[in-house]
Design a protein around this ligand. Structure first.
Ligand SMILES: [Mg+2]
Length: 182
């Protein structure tokens, strides 16, 4: 795949799951003090920035529906994470979160991705989703999904042309560099 020339003017995106991909998944993290950055995340975002891929976070935050923390905690945390990422020369364009169960926004439902697609005019066929759970394979045509082995068993994943499994974010970065011939 060569993503250097686009057949239209729509942009491409690197969608990132949050817990387990950006920060270590300690279950229901909601305070900045709890954030431990996943190895390789800064390099991955910097590469996406250099390739003009929009970096957009899509995160299920049902801790809100469960009353474990408030929506305002999620918003505050994302502001703080975004500031820290900026200090590492990492630009994240937007953070989408889903606080509900049984919702079209809850991954694997594609609601958050569709919202982002409309807001930024994204060509999903030239876009990628990076996650660590089978539910990060969203029910939508277009993006290639890169799953990273971590806290969750991925043995039951249907590996198709559009789903690839890696051991680390460094391996995801290698794969992306290959796609971009960088
Ligand atoms: Mg995750």
């Amino acid at each position: 795949m060569n993503h250097i020339s686009h057949s239209n003017h729509r942009c491409s995106a690197l969608f990132l799951d949050r817990d387990g991909i950006i920060n270590i998944d300690k279950s229901y993290v909601f305070r900045f003090e709890e954030i431990e950055w996943v190895e390789g995340i800064f390099n991955l975002i910097q590469f996406a920035n250099a390739q003009d891929l929009l970096v957009i976070v899509l995160t299920n935050q049902s801790g809100v529906a469960q009353g474990m923390y408030q929506e305002s905690d999620v918003i505050d945390l994302h502001i703080q994470m975004n500031e820290y990422l900026k200090s590492k020369n990492c630009k994240v364009t937007d953070w989408f979160y889903c606080t509900e169960y049984d919702s079209s926004c809850r991954k694997p439902n594609p609601g958050m991705m569709i919202e982002a697609q409309k807001k930024y005019n994204i060509n999903l066929y030239n876009s990628y989703m990076v996650g660590d759970k089978s539910t990060d394979i969203l029910k939508i045509d277009g993006p290639t999904t890169f799953l990273v082995r971590g806290n969750y068993p991925l043995g039951d994943i249907d590996k198709t042309e559009k789903v690839e499994v890696f051991d680390s974010l460094a391996d995801v970065l290698k794969r992306l560099k290959h796609a971009f011939q960088a």
